[in-house]
Ligand binder design. Structure first.
Ligand code: NAD
Length: 286
């Protein structure tokens, strides 16, 4: 049986790869920071990206950013005797990086399926992610049953790599706006003597309701756990990619400009901080 490859076993890749293994697929996994500590139960451990490419089809990626994805794609292309024909990228890398990865892989006859996900670590654990894909229809058909295992909300948004990234970036822009705006609004209410839990109850029955008021604040801020599982550096990357992509095509971006600046400032101060700590950061934002 040809194994499925999975490269990048972090906050998202760990639980997502576990679903593939739990469904009975043979899995060959690799993470540059240490495979053994991160591999899901039942998976075989590879010693390098090249080892994965030599045996596995398709290969899933869940990597931090565009340079990491392009580097791994280059390492896959460099393997002469390779099993890989399809790379499914679950990472958020931006439009230009997805196009570049697709171009490099295509020179070696490998299809790149642009397939970022949304729903956070909780969605990854519970297999309730939104999985949005763009790519060659035949390649998409090959991996469809596997993508179904990762999330209950499946969307094919186009045929060109980069289109799913555009969808993911505009989503994360809205999510970043909601977390930042909710942080400011709750701080304002607290200064006016309102209590956070009660404000969230009112908001969630009113027109200001959003994913931050409904889920992130009650679960991670009100409780003081700050453990949403998504770090400031990754969200700042996404909002920055969105802002620059919007500017490039002269799409309106005045909110994006401000929101990107604040997330960049938080990421510069505490790159690994949970995004829900924006509630703390807004208090000392310059
Ligand atoms: P993470 O930093 O927890 O995991 C990334 C993993 O990739 C790490 O374990 C790292 O060691 C590994 N890695 C980095 N470079 C590598 C390489 N060259 N070869 C092999 N392994 C390598 O990040 P994450 O939170 O799991 O996010 C992964 C991707 O998913 C990012 O693109 C992120 O934007 C996106 N995403 C994250 C969330 C979330 O809530 N965390 C939600 C949706 C999408």
């Amino acid at each position: 049986m040809t194994p499925i490859g999975f490269i990048g076993l972090g906050n998202m890749g760990g639980p997502m790869s576990a679903h593939l293994a739990a469904a009975g697929h043979e899995l060959l996994v690799y993470d540059a920071a240490g495979t053994a500590e991160r591999a899901p139960a039942g998976a075989r451990h590879a010693a390098s990206v090249a080892d994965v490419a030599a045996e596995a089809e398709p290969v899933f990626l869940s990597l931090p950013d565009g340079p990491a994805v392009i580097g791994v794609c280059q390492a896959i292309v460099a393997v002469s005797e390779r099993a890989t024909r399809t790379v499914v990228d679950l990472s958020t890398v931006g439009i230009a990086a997805a196009e570049e990865a697709a171009r490099r892989l295509r020179t070696a006859g490998i299809e790149y399926v642009d397939s970022p996900v949304s729903g956070g670590v909780r969605g990854a654990r519970e297999a309730t992610l939104a999985v949005m894909s763009a790519g060659d229809p035949e390649a998409l058909a090959r991996v469809e049953p596997l993508l179904q295992l990762l999330g209950s909300n499946r969307f094919v948004v186009g045929t060109e790599p980069g289109q799913a990234q555009a969808m993911k970036l505009l989503n994360n822009f809205l999510s970043a706006v909601a977390t930042l705006a909710t942080s400011e609004a709750i701080r304002f209410g607290e200064r006016r003597g309102l209590e956070m839990g009660l404000m969230l109850d009112v908001l969630n029955a009113s027109s200001g309701r959003n994913r931050a008021t409904e889920d992130k604040f009650p679960r991670c801020v009100l409780t003081g756990t700050f453990d949403n599982g998504f770090t400031a550096n990754l969200l700042a990357k996404d909002v920055g990619l969105y802002y620059h992509a919007a500017r490039e095509i002269e799409s309106p971006a005045s909110v994006a400009e401000t929101v990107s600046r604040v997330w960049e400032a938080m990421a510069a101060e505490a790159p690994g901080a949970d995004t829900t700590r924006m509630y703390e950061f807004v208090e000392r934002e310059p």
